[in-house]
Design a protein around this ligand. Structure first.
Ligand code: XMP
Length: 507
């Protein structure tokens, strides 16, 4: 285990992911984790993250100075490097020149941290403070034109620090530096691999669950699918998965999910066909938040009814993944949309405990685990699909006819994107139905039909996104296929808006 001690920087998750990519298990913990706790966990190394504060300000996040006395290697990054210097008697002050962006750093490659690296390389800087005086016993191992201390170390005490961010891709040899820290300095063995994780998890679930019963709400999304299959491999038919088909899924999706789960894996699979019930509840409702709430509440009701038929269960599965765990510890931002996640159903089903088999995994690791478990690739690499489904991709009120229009248009769009070889390169793409009708002409006849909007975005975190630059030719083919093959559509738009100011979904 390596601990990533979080001082509030924006790249904390990225540091953890880089460490895991080096096959070393790590966890992100708050900067105020007690020394006792750290000792008890006995990590092989500790990484201090960056952070927005200044170490010399009152109230800035600090850790116990004794952490440096534990004999555990420490790597301080950005704020972390300044904190290490500050606590050990060096001096940190406001830099005469603020460094931001790609910067050339000259290294002393005799340092274990920079072993086998180039003497100068590009690193990502983002700081307004700098280390103006290093603590006693330290030596400088990296510098830039405007920053005399870009890296420093006290090798006999295994303390290392860098002012730049090795975790971001702009730092050319950053991953190698992190790997050097983990292998040369912390002496990690690198045995955090997906096959052993999956195997160990299955064993642990078997032991924990014994002969008890487990219930899972399966959405067909990546997280709930991987969680379900992992549990199924451990306990087979003691697991029941309930798949609520609310009629707001993509074309043929319900049948596809059923085909995979009822045939390929050993579990009880229940598909509840409640399309009509959802359409009836949603009839005439056009307000986005009301639509979201109706789908969320009705979903819960259906799940509850089905769960009652099964009776008391011991465990309820949740597809929580590691970013959810990290983020739930931070402050809440404004509610833009009331998100509906099919995983979060704890308060109304009769169960004793929640089981979260993916709690320690990042999304890319969940996918790797999915492949390891034999889940088909098209499901493992499925793009995100919102819980309320097509209800938020049909602007205005919902009718079964509109659902069919958008399912067909979206299927054509996805087919053509795949044909053009773009399906793995775009973050998320889908068709939405606007509530606009306009006049057109088809075969000498006047039409008065709907307009479909095509959306394709690139994003790293879905918090911000930019519209994808799709080839005009592909858009042309999609447009002509949609207006020719989908009855009720006579116009197609492409959405060029980023997020912000738009959101990815339309409602
Ligand atoms: P927005 O529209 O907020 O979407 O820019 C960001 C990402 O979240 C997905 N999304 C949802 N996912 N439940 C979900 O599980 C929801 O209610 C929900 N609403 C939006 C959206 O598809 C995009 O990937």
């Amino acid at each position: 285990l390596v601990i990533v001690l979080d001082f509030g920087g924006q790249y904390n998750q990225l540091i953890a992911r880089r460490v895991r990519e080096c096959n070393v298990y790590c966890e992100v913990m708050s900067y105020d984790t007690s020394l006792e706790k750290i000792k008890e966990l006995d990590p092989k190394g500790i990484i201090f993250t960056g952070g927005p504060a200044s170490v010399y300000e009152d109230g800035s996040p600090k850790c116990d100075k004794e952490i440096f006395e534990l004999g555990i290697p420490v790597l301080g990054i950005c704020y972390g490097s300044q904190l290490m210097s500050h606590l050990l008697g060096g001096e940190v002050s406001k830099a005469p020149v603020r460094e931001y962006g790609k910067t050339e750093v000259t290294f002393d490659t005799t340092s274990k941290l920079f072993q086998d690296l180039s003497e100068t390389s590009i690193c990502w800087m983002s700081h307004t403070d700098f280390i103006s005086e290093i603590p006693e016993g330290f030596r400088i191992t990296g510098r830039t034109d405007s920053c005399p201390v870009a890296a420093l170390e006290k090798a006999d005490q295994k303390l290392y620090a860098v002012q730049f961010h090795p975790e971001v891709v702009h730092t050319q040899e950053g991953t190698q530096m992190i790997s050097n820290f983990l292998y040369n300095i912390c002496e990690c063995t690198g045995d955090w691999k997906m096959d052993s994780f999956v195997e160990d998890s299955i064993k642990a679930i078997k032991e924990k669950v014994g002969d008890k019963k487990v219930l899972c709400a399966l959405s067909g999304g990546v997280d709930s699918s991987v969680a379900a299959v992992m549990i199924a491999k451990a306990i087979g038919k003691q697991l029941t998965c309930i798949f609520v088909d609310h009629g707001l899924l993509r074309k043929n999706e319900g049948d596809e999910v059923e085909a995979i789960f009822s045939n390929q894996f050993d579990l009880n699979f229940i598909r509840v066909n409640v399309q009509e019930r959802f359409y009836a509840k949603l009839a005439g409702v056009s307000d986005p938040e009301t639509k979201r709430k109706i789908v969320g509440e009705e979903f819960i009701r259906v799940f509850e009814e089905e769960a009652k038929k099964i009776g008391v269960v011991d465990y309820l599965v949740q597809g929580t993944i590691y970013p959810d765990v990290i983020e739930s510890g931070l402050g809440k931002s404004a509610v833009i949309k009331s998100h509906h996640n099919v995983g979060g159903l704890p308060d109304y089903v009769d169960f004793k405990e929640i089981i979260e088999p993916l709690r320690d995994l990042f999304k890319d690791e969940v996918r790797k685990a999915g492949l390891e478990l034999g889940i088909p690739e098209n499901l493992v690499f499925r793009q995100p699909f919102p819980g309320p489904g097509l209800a938020i991709r049909i602007i205005g009120d919902i009718t079964p006819e509109k659902v069919q229009i958008i399912q067909d248009a979206d299927a054509i769009y996805r087919e053509e994107i795949a044909k053009a070889g773009l399906d793995k390169t775009i973050g998320q793409y889908f068709a939405a139905l606007t509530n606009m009708r306009s006049v057109g002409v088809m075969g000498d006849e006047r039409t008065y039909d709907y307009a479909v909007a095509l959306r394709a975005v690139n994003t790293s975190d879905f918090m911000t996104a930019e519209s994808a630059d799709l080839p005009w030719e592909v858009l042309g083919i999609v447009t002509s296929r949609i207006v020719n093959e989908v009855k009720g559509v006579n116009r197609v738009f492409y959405d060029c808006t980023g997020k912000p100011p738009a959101t990815i979904e339309f409602e």
